[in-house]
Ligand binder design. Sequence first.
Ligand SMILES: Nc1ncnc2c1ncn2[C@@H]1O[C@H](COP(=O)(O)OP(=O)(O)OP(=O)(O)O)[C@@H](O)[C@H]1O
Ligand SMILES: [Mg+2]
Length: 287
Amino acid sequence: MNTKSTTALEVRNISKYFGSVIALSDVSMSVHYGEVMCLLGDNGAGKSTLIKTLAGVHQQSEGQYLVEDKEVRFNSPRDALNHGIATVYQDLAMIPLMSISRNFFLGSEPTKGRGLFKSFDVGLANRRSREEMAKMGIDIRDPSQPVGTLSGGERQSVAIARAVYFGAKVLILDEPTAALGVKQAGTVLRYIAQARAKNLGVIFITHNPHHAYAVGDRFTILKRGRTFGTFTKEELGREEMVRMMSGADELDALTHELQEFEHTDQLKASGKAAEVDQQLADNLGKR
Ligand SMILES: Nc1ncnc2c1ncn2[C@@H]1O[C@H](COP(=O)(O)OP(=O)(O)OP(=O)(O)O)[C@@H](O)[C@H]1O
Ligand SMILES: [Mg+2]
């Protein structure tokens, strides 16, 4: 446990404009070490914009960004990474035809030999990547097998294990379970819990209230670029979260609207329907 501060990172009243588009407006949130903070919200709510700001891809237009209580301004994802903030995007930066171990060490390959004889240390990479994956409870049969042969869930797990191995303190996951089946999503959710157990701060974006509820400690809800606030699991409750995320309120409104349409259509049609029916019957009768 970090004794100086348990707040891994925090944003205060940040806004982000893209020209005249207000993607984020006055949003505040934080993540502590050893917790999973879920970021929830509809399509276009601003979730990706917020995490891209945290990850150094975007700079906020207004507001403060603090890492361990110190204000920062990142100019690139490399700056964020140097502060231990690692982001795993849904479309993973992996090369399907290259081996698991090669992908694990992509950009930081262990080498053996010197000068012209320096080469990628396959044995070491295989051993390390298998060990690291095993620490996260993932049993890789053959680290030299191409990443493309792994399931989506396993691939996400490699990316998470990799970030943890290279010293991430904060892990940001943008919809890692979106394209996965129940079992695979379960695998990824387990690694999220493992990362928390290792005292990382995790920001987990998902559209799935069940996935959020399974691992989340706190929940920040975004809607059209604004925040509804942050809630603990106890405050929100599963029913409420499912309702908020499934857009149940909007569905009720839509159902009502559709009923109205149906009603007016019936009224409009009622006068003429009988006429049409008669005509059809007459035509059929003539054949
Ligand atoms: N680079 C950009 N230029 C202009 N507008 C942008 C840009 N990036 C995002 N936006 C706008 O900002 C708003 C928030 O988008 P964002 O991608 O953050 O939403 P999201 O919550 O991640 O949605 P989804 O669930 O669909 O991934 C949207 O209206 C989007 O069109
Ligand atoms: Mg998004």
